[in-house]
Design a protein around this ligand. Structure first.
Ligand SMILES: [Zn+2]
Length: 246
């Protein structure tokens, strides 16, 4: 007879096993509807993602020489992947290290033009910030144009998600009315400054694939919440009113 069958198994072990199985079943039941609801909120949405800079334009440079354009692209690709898996149609403005035109101004104009032609519903530009080298400034922050209530709602949703996920910023979403992209886009747009490359610790984070993953996921979750509210008739109403007024 096998050794195990000879042993007298204490009752508490049976109780523990039953508890673990019950926990797993309840957990699985709670998880499935949440994932379905998340996918449903994004299904069919057209989202434009702008990985800032590229090609001749590196953006800001980090303490150790990292280039903003590279980090912007890496996080944008992860975000695009999450959104596509969630059922959204993603217009990714660049997929490699290239500019969209030969001058900075033409490049920005091209980004706005593609966003409008592709009938994007919302526009997210991913960037990194910088101040003087080795300065203590740090933290992700979202910017929007004050003409758009939907952009404000979107920026606040993303900022909230970044705060709770990254746990290293208490910055608030801020209106910025002079930026070319925000001024010229006719759809709700948010510039996400993901952190400061001039801060050595934050630069290391922003270059870390795990942190990039966390960043992209936080933005993805925010979009799910944003569109879940839209289904209840709040955000969609705002977007439609704004579009009608143009
Ligand atoms: Zn930038």
């Amino acid at each position: 007879m096998p050794f195990l069958f000879c042993m007298k198994i204490p009752k508490w072990i049976y109780a523990l096993c039953a508890l673990v199985i019950a926990f797993a079943v309840v957990n699985a039941l709670l998880q499935v509807p949440a994932l379905e609801a998340t996918s449903y909120a994004l299904a069919g949405r057209t989202i434009v993602i702008d990985p800032g800079h590229g090609g001749f334009d590196p953006g800001v440079l980090g303490c150790t020489g990292s280039k903003e354009k590279d980090i912007n692209l890496q996080v944008s690709k992860l975000l695009a992947q999450f959104l596509r898996e969630g059922g959204a149609h993603v217009v990714l403005l660049r997929e490699s290290d290239k500019a969209l035109a030969e001058t900075k101004q033409e490049d920005l104009a091209e980004r706005v033009k593609i966003a409008h032609e592709s009938e994007g519903e919302i526009y997210l530009a991913l960037h990194c910030n910088a101040f003087e080298k080795d300065s203590p400034w740090q933290g992700a922050q979202c910017f929007y144009h004050s003409k758009s209530e939907a952009a404000l709602a979107l920026a606040e949703e993303i900022q909230k998600s970044l705060q709770s996920s990254l746990q290293n910023t208490d910055r608030a979403a801020l209106a910025h009315d002079t930026t070319y992209i925000l001024k010229n886009l006719q759809i709700p747009a948010v510039i996400i400054e993901m952190g400061f490359l001039s801060n050595r610790e934050e630069e290391a984070n922003l270059m870390n694939p795990e942190y990039q993953h966390k960043m992209a996921w936080a933005i993805y979750v925010a979009l799910c919440h944003y569109y879940s509210s839209a289904e209840q008739g709040t955000v969609d109403d705002i977007i439609n009113t704004e579009t009608d007024n143009k």
